[in-house]
Design a protein around this ligand. Structure first.
Ligand code: SF4
Ligand code: SF4
Length: 284
């Protein structure tokens, strides 16, 4: 039986586009991390690159309003649904002095972005995709001699703080967190991935996507063997909302604590139980 490949949409900036540090063109297709991810994942997936140089999470760029990541998000998602895995790797351009945002404000931009993505997917498809939130590779130590004059010490400092702010955000919104720290950045401009950096990002994303696949396969088995059981939320619920973000069927009611599950819509995937920090979800 032919199965549709799972769609992996990669929303990012120049490092998802594949900008080459010098001479500033685009890396050949085979070098870009999105292409390498496609090759590694194989025919069961279709990887969709959506990278724009200079893109921010939700901040204006002088003379380039189209680089603000959030406003076109809904239109772009609408062009690609159904999406099974949504990867977002943004934040480097938010650190540029011209934007004037603090690391905390940048994390706020990312939170608005994640909320907007969730709302759009809720409207466009009957399930939420799995989310992978990646902190981009921070600016390299040669920033003082970067070929890009926008790269400076302030950008270096801010970019190194993003992972620490994104990781809790990922937990809050039920995303897999990927940290781009340690992936190789060009010594020429201190902001763009080298070929080795693209290989490293592809490996990190492959690990994240396949860890998800393993979980989903496990859940498929659970669904068959536990078909006569139901996930229920107990009084241990603290109302944190993690299950809301994780539920692909949007069938958790979160107005009152403890939260409740609409049993008719539940897909028995178990994602809520896996993410609950209070062990408040039981299979009965
Ligand atoms: S059921 Fe668990 S994950 Fe959901 S709101 Fe309650 S404590 Fe949080
Ligand atoms: S098992 Fe939990 S996460 Fe999965 S569909 Fe049911 S309520 Fe939603």
């Amino acid at each position: 039986m032919n199965k549709e490949p799972k769609a992996v949409l990669c929303y990012g900036d120049s490092n998802t586009y594949g900008l080459e540090p010098l001479p500033g063109g685009r890396y050949p297709l085979k070098v870009r991390w999105t292409t390498q991810l496609q090759e590694q994942l194989g025919d069961g997936y279709i990887v969709i690159p959506e990278g724009l140089s200079g893109r921010t999470t939700d901040f204006d760029r002088v003379d380039a309003p189209y680089k603000r990541g959030l406003p076109p998000l809904k239109a772009i998602l609408g062009s690609h649904v159904p999406v099974d895995v949504f990867i977002v790797m943004l934040g480097t351009n938010d650190c540029i002095a011209e934007v004037g945002a603090s690391p905390e404000e940048i994390a706020g931009g990312m939170e608005r972005f994640l909320k907007a993505a969730r709302e759009a997917f809720e409207e466009f498809q009957e399930f939420q995709p799995a989310y992978i939130l990646a902190a981009p590779a921070p600016v390299g130590p040669n920033y003082a001699v970067s070929t890009d004059e926008a790269v400076d010490e302030s950008m270096y400092i801010k970019s190194h703080q993003l992972a620490g702010l994104y990781e809790p955000l990922a937990a809050k919104y039920g995303c897999i967190f990927v940290d781009g720290a340690g992936t190789e950045i060009s010594a020429l401009d201190s902001e763009h991935l080298t070929e080795e950096g693209h290989r490293q990002i592809a490996a990190l994303m492959y690990e994240a996507v396949t860890s998800l696949e393993g979980t989903q396969d496990l859940k498929a088995e659970t669904k068959e063997t536990d078909a006569d059981k139901h996930y229920v939320i107990t009084d241990d619920c603290i109302g944190c909302g993690y299950c809301l973000a994780a539920c692909p069927a949007i069938c958790i009611e979160g107005t009152l604590i403890p939260f409740t599950i609409e049993q008719e819509k539940c897909q028995h995937c178990g994602a809520c139980q896996d993410i609950c920090p209070s062990d408040a979800i039981a299979l009965l």
